[in-house]
Design a protein. Structure first.
Length: 264
């Protein structure tokens, strides 16, 4: 498996998807439908899915995507490698037009993420990571940027950031009572704790880059919400800890709903 070639493909796919998403975001009216779990779906989600699939299908590696998730476990349990994709993570943020949505692409090997790409189209930020390469952040990444140029400008994570106090990142849309309680335990340990709210997988990225010390997520998420972020955290020296198993989060499970987790 040539991980560098797969990284190139994933970044290209994310940028091309981002280009179409921005086109819809800025120039088109979009209808909002609702999936069976009442989560929103727009034509940007669907367009992004088709663009990403057009790139990943060429790799010959099977794909598990939020917009194509009806693959039974009996079929996928023997996959050694698979892509896990969220064409738009943070559709609620997309609809609100606050810019805090991402394109997530991960490559998983035997349940462990070995590559992750998270593109933030509105902010023109790209987070990417691969096994034996590390985890990086590139800024001012236009949708038309050349992949080799991006790889030459990415800064390794975590960044050398100065923080005044212990910082926890929390969801903008899903702050559960259990999360509030956990933050209270942090305050008992660290004194005053700063909290930052962010949408989508940007929360995992904030821990990876060092803006936040932890991200407790005691509310539902799915594998495609976290797989790319798990890779970016892992290769930045951070851990996405499954709250039930007390081990690193694993992927391509029979149950695609994640357990609660803690990133630190």
């Amino acid at each position: 498996m040539n991980i560098t070639a797969q990284l190139h493909t994933a970044i290209e796919a994310a940028l091309k998807a981002g280009e179409r998403i921005l086109d819809i975001y800025h120039n088109e009216d979009f209808d909002v439908d609702f999936k069976s779990d009442d989560s929103p779906l727009t034509k940007a989600d669907t367009a992004s899915h088709h663009i990403i699939m057009s790139y990943l299908e060429k790799t010959g590696i099977p794909v598990l995507s939020e917009e194509g998730k009806g693959i039974v476990y009996e079929t996928r349990k023997d996959w050694e490698y698979l892509w896990i994709v969220d064409p738009i993570d943070g559709t609620k943020e997309f609809i609100k037009k606050n810019g805090e949505f991402t394109v997530n692409i991960a490559l998983v090997h035997k349940q462990v993420p070995v590559l992750g790409v998270i593109y933030v189209p509105v902010l023109q930020e790209l987070f990417y990571a691969a096994k034996d390469l590390g985890s990086f952040k590139a800024v001012d990444v236009a949708v038309t940027a050349a992949v080799d140029a991006i790889l030459n400008t990415g800064k390794q994570l975590p960044l050398a950031l100065q923080k005044e106090q212990y910082t926890a990142v929390a969801s903008k849309s899903h702050l559960s009572p259990e999360t509030v309680e956990y933050i209270k335990t942090l305050e008992a340990e660290h004194g005053e704790v700063a909290t930052i709210s962010k949408g989508s997988s940007l929360k995992l990225c904030m821990v990876a880059e060092g803006q936040a010390d932890c991200y407790p997520r005691f509310a539902p998420t799915m594998e495609w919400d976290t797989a790319a972020g798990s890779a970016i955290c892992k290769y930045a020296g951070k851990t996405v800890l499954d709250w039930e198993t007390k081990e690193e989060m694993r992927y391509n499970r029979e149950q695609l709903l994640n357990n609660w987790f803690l990133v630190k």
